[in-house]
Design a protein around this ligand. Sequence first.
Ligand code: FES
Length: 112
Amino acid sequence: MAFEKVCTLDDVWEGDMEVFTTSSGVDVLLVGVEGGDVKAFQAMCPHQEIELVDGEFDGKVLTCKAHLWQFDCNTGKGINPSDCEIAEYPVKIQEEDVLVDVEGVEPCKSHS
Ligand code: FES
């Protein structure tokens, strides 16, 4: 496990999302979910690899701008369609720093 700092809590407000790149070049989408948790997911939509950060996020549900696929940001599971998901990376908060571990997690892809 190799957690590394990608940003601070000030960079990801509740209801907000932003992309950060790890030292190994992996883009990570950080979302501030309703209730205060910070979650990290793959940055690309599993459908056709559009950047999810360009979509809409209401604090719970992330909607891809391209074809409006929706994902539950508490679990990464697809809502519509329900047979897809976005890969989640482990997050650790150390004081104000947000650390993410991308090792061994492969982004999901689905072209259904
Ligand atoms: S690329 Fe995201 S829904 Fe199609």
